[in-house]
Design a binder for this molecule. Structure first.
Ligand code: SAM
Length: 277
């Protein structure tokens, strides 16, 4: 059986000519064939791509590992780009603390140990790491994990020293979070963050391109039955769950309190787990 999330993805030839994106740094770190072997994915030669029936293509776009839907009407490729202008703006010019930072409940200047157990594109984790916290990111999709690994590699090598410092606070793990949390051997996290939410499947201006692509690729994966319960037994201080504004509670467990926004909310579960760590 192929690992989770890989059955409909294949490796396409790299794009190396034409306009070089701002985020590119030198040549791709591996060949198309090496990438295919590393991720155990089928490889498509340039002349075969037109007939490829995979739903998604994974390839190096000017040294950035990128994912694109294999559809004539698909939007352009997406990669994990921590140098992205929108993220940088969010990070440097936010007028008020982001709701996700409020949800952590950190004291002024305090640096927390956080586990983001549903890493996705790593955007929330990046906001948390930018605020000075150390984050372990867990992602079970080998595709998303590979995209994150590539984004972190470029961020660590960035000429922007601030970005490299933020990347250094982020440690990536591949696997099913429930299992990882049950066997957690490192220091106990202060906070565990869960964002298993997906927007509706239809394409709309409200659904961001990256979340739409993730939804298309991962929609048939089952939610983990007791992820919140596992998180609650490990986190020292709290578990923060991001939910669509009108959705029910994750695993039907009532939170201690909520922070509510227009389209989403944070359900906050206070814990009192002691133990050395
Ligand atoms: C909605 S996305 C998270 C988006 C993320 N917060 C961000 O800012 O980019 C959910 C992600 O969690 C991953 N995921 C869901 N359940 C998981 C589990 N039990 N273990 C590990 N990863 C999981 C999915 O593969 C998907 O990539």
């Amino acid at each position: 059986m192929l690992p989770i999330s890989t059955t409909r993805v294949c490796i396409a030839p790299p794009i190396e000519d034409g306009c070089v994106s701002d985020t590119s740094r030198g040549p791709a770190p591996e060949s198309q064939a090496q990438l295919a072997v590393r991720l155990s994915l089928p490889l498509w030669a340039p002349e075969e791509v037109a007939g490829c029936e995979c739903g998604f293509l994974l390839f190096y776009d000017h040294a950035c590992l990128s994912l694109q839907q294999n559809d004539q009407n698909a939007s352009g490729p997406l990669c994990v780009d921590f140098e992205d202008a929108t993220l940088a703006y969010r990070q440097r010019h936010s007028r008020q603390p982001e709701a996700i930072l409020k949800a952590l409940g950190a004291k002024q200047g305090e640096s927390l140990l956080i586990v983001d157990a549903t890493a996705g594109w790593g955007l929330d984790a990046f906001v948390l790491a930018s605020a000075g916290h150390r984050i372990d990111l867990i992602e079970r999709s080998v595709i998303l994990h590979a995209l994150l690994q590539d984004g972190l590699r470029r961020a660590a090598a960035s000429r922007d020293e601030g970005l490299a410092v933020i990347a250094d606070r982020m440690t990536l793990h591949l696997g099913e979070s429930s299992l990882k949390l049950q066997g957690w051997g490192a220091s106990l996290p202060d906070v565990i963050y869960l964002d298993p939410m997906f927007p509706e499947r239809r394409k709309s201006a409200k659904v961001k391109k990256n979340m739409y692509l993730l939804q298309q690729m991962l929609h048939d994966e089952l939610p983990t039955e007791a992820l919140l319960r596992d998180a609650l037994s490990l986190a020292r201080r709290r578990v923060v769950v991001k939910r669509p504004a009108h959705a029910g509670f994750l695993e039907d467990i009532k939170p201690s309190f909520q922070l509510t926004g227009k389209s989403s909310r944070f359900d906050i579960y206070l814990t009192r787990n002691s133990g050395s760590g």
